[in-house]
Design a binder for this molecule. Sequence first.
Ligand code: GLV
Length: 335
Amino acid sequence: MSGKPKLWISRELFPEWVDPIREWADVEAATEERAYSPAELKARLADVDAAMVGLSDRIGAEEVAGNTRLKVIANLGVGYNNLDIPALTAAGIVATNTPDVLNESVADYAWALMLAAARRVAESDRFVRSGAWKGSAFTRWLGPDVHGKTLGILGMGRIGRAIARRAAGFSMPVVYHNRSQLSAELEQEVGARYVSKQALLREADFLILVVPLTPESHHSIGAAELALMKPGALLVNVARGGIVDELALIEALRGERLAGAALDVFEGEPQVRAQLLEFDNVVLSPHIASASAETRRAMAMLAIENVRAALGLGEQAGHPPTALNPEALASRRAD
Ligand code: GLV
């Protein structure tokens, strides 16, 4: 026993990120991408002081039952629907996430998906690779213009605002819906107009989803909502799969009501419904909106700082910078 706290990292990280941690913790880091069963997660968490986990690691009361050692779970992502925060708080385990450092990269990616779906980038890439390109085709490959169209954003948190700011360069009016309306100053700064959810669905030519997945937002884009969307509109989801009722989306795509969709997230990821693969006008990607080199590093560094602080080490000892339930630390100290 070295006396250092023990940290388990469930996702593969670069050695140059992990090696410096070894100065203050005994680290066991995954060396491959894989899924863990609930029982395996429970066993892994049972004999460590800290864990850094990915968004596919679902941790709740069952996974931490009887665990008196674990102090912190640092999520490698801003969304934390994989963690049962009340259960972790009750167990005296602080949970942290990685907000802010990924806002701009996720916004870039939402735009990349929107442009790719509108201008048929993925589909034409497949066409060229297949060797099917035989000559110019003036009337093929036509997609809707993006510039000048109305951009709709559901969810106007920090990522939504970063998406909205980019619209000025494309001369796009922006409408948004959110649980609460932004201040007039913020609305002016990001150039967005608050509307009801129904008006958002009706007015947007491109609708980007950036709401967190909660019981309230689950399937909040279903058949009724899709039916309200403008014919020829395009749906982009960079939030969580469960927000969209995929079967309803498939029906809407079949009915050619929507021009297409661009999806970075899926209800049962990493499984993707076979029906979605059939549409050429659907762009699919494997949950990578934050995956720029700089941002993934920044997310890892923030998660590491959270672990250190929650273990009472480093400059922010006792104050993990992005704790989701700081009261869990306080209850532990009080014990
Ligand atoms: C990605 O989906 C994240 O929540 O960071």
